[in-house]
Design a protein around this ligand. Structure first.
Ligand code: CA
Length: 555
């Protein structure tokens, strides 16, 4: 009896000591200026900080505090987390804990991959970061494993395989912990996989649920696929969702249908190119909204679903903001998915608008021609009006800051034949781009309800970095040529830049520690534009992953 109660007492105490990160901490993450505990700097994915020590009047005095080599020549897209003075960041083959003030490594946990892993990765050898919860870190791997690590030591606590990498499944996204469940998506739609979202037990790794993004014929939405096409239907879920803790609802974007050649799969192809509102405990779909039915153009709708409260017809309304890859900026009511606004934020030629009553695009001859096998020029290109690089929403200026893509593409279908582990797209990939003569990218400040650009900062080579905005009136982003930049949030005026040793496509974050505001970002070139654009101007940008941390120069 005595032994039992002693054991029970100890069992109760140990979790209390070990509670390095609670559900409440994650819920309050967007207001916690001393730490960065969520991907997206909050469950709302706004990437906005109320900190003002660094502001539009003094950002010129920003200087590097430390630089940490990731000892990796791949693309670095990881968003750092910061908890109790420790910065956690990932590369494709390691997770590291670094003292956030000094830049000194605390531990490094390396990953080993099978030799054939790069062959089955679509669009970059990368990882986008960790989730933290109750003393554990959670990350994904290129060979489709989900791993839990001890945040103090880096020791691996559990590992679960989500799917077979040999047929094209990959994981690059940062997991999300919501209502005590570790949630992960999957990549692989370019390989004819049938994709899903998973829930895992944070303590044991037990698989709790799986929700397929492509339903079976007998399930709801199954009638939007013909024959066996659903088995190869794609719908990957490769960017971390947002979470409304009051509604207990996840908002997770779903990628393109497979193959790109839409004639192969007549129907709307639910739930590809959609957002799913889900219960994090069960994976049950509460509602869905489809942006691009029967999409031919690889318009993954995985771009982050930013949660905000904005005025709609004079009434504060909880919404989802989404700069969709299809070129339209959407505002949805996050209670029920009702469409409130959808306006182009870049040049769009495949649709002339979105029907607000039905939510469906009003397609042009470009989309119809593409489906019938004609060679067409389409805006946006298959990389979209914006690709994966996350936007920031500033509730003070009420603007969304997005690294947009200004170029179009050429599209021509080819026959698609499924072969396990091979690309399954059914598209001529030999002549992809319609560059035009002007800048290929523009950092834009967008009014969500109109899609109108308040200001824009063009760049010849498009930016592929995340965006961060602050109450100090500063917007941070980076260039593939290595410049980390700061802009005035109201005017877009460039205020500062620092040249890092390699291209920047990381996700900047900020926090305050011992009275000092820091900004961190990863540097390291690679990723989808570098791989597929053939842009020779990037040939002189050296590889070499590292983490940069900045603060104001001490006077
Ligand atoms: Ca895709």
């Amino acid at each position: 009896m005595k032994t039992t109660s002693y054991a029970v007492g100890l069992a109760l105490l140990v979790p209390l000591w070990g509670l390095a990160q609670t559900n409440d901490d994650l819920v309050k993450g967007s207001a916690n200026t001393g730490e960065v505990v969520n991907y997206g700097m909050g469950y709302n994915l706004q990437r906005f900080s109320t900190l003002t020590q660094i502001n539009s009047g003094n950002v010129q005095k920003l200087v590097p505090v430390w630089n940490y080599s990731l000892d990796d020549n791949r693309s670095e897209e990881s968003q750092p987390l910061v908890y109790k003075g420790v910065l956690y960041v990932t590369s494709h083959n390691a997770t590291v804990a670094i003292d956030a003030k000094s830049g000194t490594q605390i531990w490094k946990a390396k990953l080993e991959y099978p030799a054939d892993v790069p062959r089955v990765v679509c669009c970059g050898i990368i990882n986008r970061g960790v989730a933290i919860y109750e003393g554990k870190l959670f990350r994904t791997t290129l060979d489709a494993n989900v791993i839990a690590l001890d945040a103090k030591t880096g020791k691996e606590l559990w590992r679960q395989n989500a799917a077979d990498y040999k047929v094209g499944f990959t994981m690059t996204m940062a997991p999300l912990v919501a209502d005590g469940v570790v949630i992960t998506g999957i990549s692989g739609a370019e390989f004819g996989t049938r994709d899903f979202i998973d829930g895992w037990d944070p303590d044991t790794g037990k698989h709790l649920w799986r929700t397929y993004t492509v339903p079976e014929p007998t399930e709801a939405g199954g009638n939007t696929w013909s024959g066996d096409t659903w088995k190869f239907g794609g719908g990957s879920t490769w960017i971390t969702g947002s979470f409304d803790p009051e509604l207990h609802t996840l908002y997770w974007g779903v990628g393109n249908p497979g193959p790109f050649n839409a004639a192969v799969r007549p129907g709307d192809n639910l739930y590809t190119c959609s957002v799913l509102a889900m219960d994090p405990k069960t994976g049950k779909i509460k509602w869905h909204f489809q942006f691009s039915p029967n999409n031919p153009f690889d318009y993954d709708s995985v771009a982050e679903m930013v949660l905000a409260t904005i005025d709609v017809k004079g009434k504060p309304t909880p919404v989802i903001l989404n700069a969709n890859r299809n070129g339209f900026f959407y505002v949805l009511d996050r209670n029920d998915g009702k469409l409130l606004a959808a306006n182009p934020y870049v040049k769009v030629t495949w649709a002339s608008g979105i029907d607000l009553a039905t939510g469906r695009p009003i397609e042009t001859d470009v989309a119809k021609g593409a489906r019938s096998g004609e060679k067409v020029t389409v805006f946006p290109s298959i990389l979209g009006g914006k690709n994966w690089e996350p936007i920031s929403y500033d509730p003070k200026t009420r603007l969304a800051y997005a690294n947009t893509l200004l170029f179009g593409g050429h599209y021509k279908t080819t026959p698609a034949e499924y072969k396990a582990g091979e690309w399954y797209v059914g598209m001529d990939l030999s002549d992809l781009w319609e560059w035009g003569t002007g800048p290929r990218g523009e950092l834009k400040a967008i009014d969500p309800m109109t899609g109108q650009t308040k200001w824009g900062v063009p760049s010849d080579i498009p930016r592929f970095s995340g965006v961060l905005s602050t109450a100090g009136g500063v917007v941070f982003s980076g260039r593939l040529t290595g410049e980390f930049e700061a802009f005035d949030a109201e005017s877009g005026k460039k205020l500062w830049q620092f040249k890092a040793g390699s291209g920047i496509e990381g996700q900047p974050v900020t926090w305050e520690q011992d009275g000092v505001q820091y900004v961190a970002v990863t540097s390291g070139i690679g990723g989808v534009y570098s791989l597929f654009s053939g842009d020779e101007r990037l040939a002189s940008v050296p590889a070499g992953g590292s983490v940069w941390v900045f603060a104001l120069q001490k006077s």
